[in-house]
Design a protein around this ligand. Structure first.
Ligand code: HEC
Length: 243
């Protein structure tokens, strides 16, 4: 009976997990393998984001100064390599483009990405898979479509690195896979690292306190271990008289 209950609980958990992963609609999400404790990944991600994405997308809750502090960069480094809008060091990382213009140019204003890595089903995996899932589609205004966000109005800004994905179709006319033609300036492995770094940066931006919280966690566990040991010593001390 208990075994059966346990099996049932596992089955329920598995269904729940797979439905979360599939919720995006375009098939299973890929594992982004982001590591927000990898400072160089975050630094590369920040640089990539500011070059390729910040023209259109704001990080409205994130300040340049906070980014500098958390990523171990100096004010000079941030102001010369990450800030292209002339914003002040203490200001938020706003897109160079006015959202109203974006709405006119792309049919939809590019959304603020401060929280995107937390807000989507599947968390960071959604953003990672989205960045890898652009393909040419002549029927779309910008010439691009995306299997994770069907009809996306964002053009594939990373195509020069990734190459151009062309869909291959299965028996029922569904997209079965992609072929790269022409290839991009990066190998598929290098491109995976590129989008992993961007996703890691957006994951950090979604919850900057996570960096600190995880560091505190170690101390909390250590404290609990020491405290448990002391409590145990005290207990043996008291019980010695009782016996
Ligand atoms: C040329 C302007 C432009 C650039 C550059 C751009 N995007 Fe976008 N992006 C858009 C638009 C427009 C949308 C809205 C798409 C839609 O919902 O149809 C979008 C949507 C998104 C979304 C989905 C957000 C949501 O809430 O649905 C993500 C994630 C995203 N972009 C990430 C990026 C990243 C990362 C980069 C840099 C590698 C980037 N974008 C570069 C225009 C842009």
């Amino acid at each position: 009976m208990i075994k059966r209950l346990i099996a049932l609980a596992f089955a329920a958990a598995a269904t729940l997990c797979s439905s979360v992963a599939l919720a995006a609609g375009g098939g299973p999400l890929l594992d982004s393998q982001v590591n927000i404790n990898d400072k160089s990944s975050l630094q590369r991600g920040a640089a990539l984001f500011m070059s390729y994405c910040a023209g259109c997308h704001s990080l409205g809750y994130q300040r340049y100064s906070r980014t500098a502090k958390d990523l171990g960069l100096s004010e000079e480094q941030v102001m010369s390599y990450l800030n292209f809008t002339g914003a002040k060091f203490g200001e938020h990382m706003k897109a160079s483009m006015d959202p109203a213009d974006g709405a006119v140019w792309f049919g939809k204003a590019p959304p603020d990405l401060s929280l995107v890595a937390r807000a989507k089903p599947g968390g960071p995996n959604w953003t990672y898979t989205f960045l890898k899932s652009f393909y040419v589609d002549e029927t779309r205004p910008a010439g691009w479509n995306n299997t994770v966000l069907a009809g996306a109005s964002m053009p594939n800004v990373l195509w020069g690195l990734q190459g151009i994905q062309r869909p291959t179709y299965g028996e029922h006319g569904e997209i079965a896979g992609f072929e790269l033609a022409p290839a991009g300036s990066q190998t598929p492995e290098e491109f995976d690292r590129t989008i992993r770094d961007i996703t890691a940066f957006l994951t950090y931006v979604g919850e900057p306190a996570a960096l600190k919280r995880e560091a505190y966690g170690v101390w909390v566990i250590l404290f609990l271990a020491v405290f448990t040991f002391l409590a145990w010593l005290l207990k043996t001390e008291y019980w010695r008289d009782v016996h």
